[in-house]
Design a protein around this ligand. Structure first.
Ligand SMILES: C[S@@+](CC[C@H](N)C(=O)[O-])C[C@H]1O[C@@H](n2cnc3c(N)ncnc32)[C@H](O)[C@@H]1O
Length: 222
């Protein structure tokens, strides 16, 4: 039976959260404290973190790559889920945001699993490729500035193993993605429309975009 998904009111969303794995207290605190920040909405939603960590476990993730770490919500969620010998490689350019992330990683007791690269992500990704880390990562999560998304994707395709996953947040641009860009549209609008449009024809991956948060795109590497 195929029925229309219900409208996710705040109450229904809360119900959904109540019947899923509970959000660990440290994550609830990161989310609440980050929400006070002017840019607090940049952190992923709890159900996005729950899905990403669920998938990470399902594919036995040992090496995780994150492009866009902010105050550490998604990376802490991942580090708490992954086994003791797992390794997280995180990329960001902002010292203030990531100082907060470092503080949460310490508090959560997961700092030893995480390596932070503080420079433009494209530089880090090229360095990882130059170090021979192709096919090294099980899961990559792209959640940074939007215009370089196609470049992040091409690098991640090299860095992620076959059978691994590349997840990308916000490819729906708050729903604006279905509108033609106009003179006032940011450059990311055109770039992401072209990027999304080619996904079904890209034989290197199996694409699926879910209506979670602002759209969570999951690309299974063939
Ligand atoms: C949407 S937030 C990431 C949210 C994070 N994944 C979470 O769930 O809390 C985007 C982050 O990307 C970072 N960023 C922006 N441009 C970047 C670049 N060129 N290279 C690396 N990080 C970048 C920003 O500093 C910001 O912390």
């Amino acid at each position: 039976m195929s029925i229309q998904a219900p409208i996710f009111t705040p109450e229904l969303l809360q119900y959904l959260r109540n019947i899923s794995t509970p959000e660990p207290p440290i994550l609830a605190r990161i989310r609440e404290e980050t929400a006070q920040h002017r840019l607090g909405k940049m952190a992923i939603a709890p159900e996005q973190a729950a899905l990403l960590t669920w998938l990470a476990r399902a594919i036995n993730t040992q090496n995780y790559l994150e492009i866009g770490t902010f105050t550490g919500y998604s990376s802490t969620a991942m580090a708490l889920t992954l086994p003791e010998n797992a390794h997280l490689t995180c990329c960001d350019i902002n010292v203030t945001f990531t100082d907060k992330a470092r503080q949460y990683w310490q508090e959560a007791g997961v700092a030893h699993k995480i390596e932070l690269h503080l420079q433009p992500a494209l530089i880090t990704l090229d360095e990882l490729i130059a170090q021979g880390k192709t096919q090294y990562f099980d899961l990559a999560f792209i959640d940074a500035d939007k215009p370089p998304t196609p470049h992040y994707y091409e690098r991640c395709l090299k860095l992620v193993r076959s059978g691994g996953i590349i997840a990308i947040d916000n490819l729906l641009l708050g729903g604006r993605i279905i509108n033609e860009p106009n003179d006032n549209s940011p450059i990311s609008h055109t770039i992401l429309r072209e990027f999304n449009a080619q996904l079904p024809y890209d034989k290197r991956i199996t694409p699926l975009t879910l209506p979670l948060g602002d759209g969570l795109t999951l690309l299974l590497k063939n």
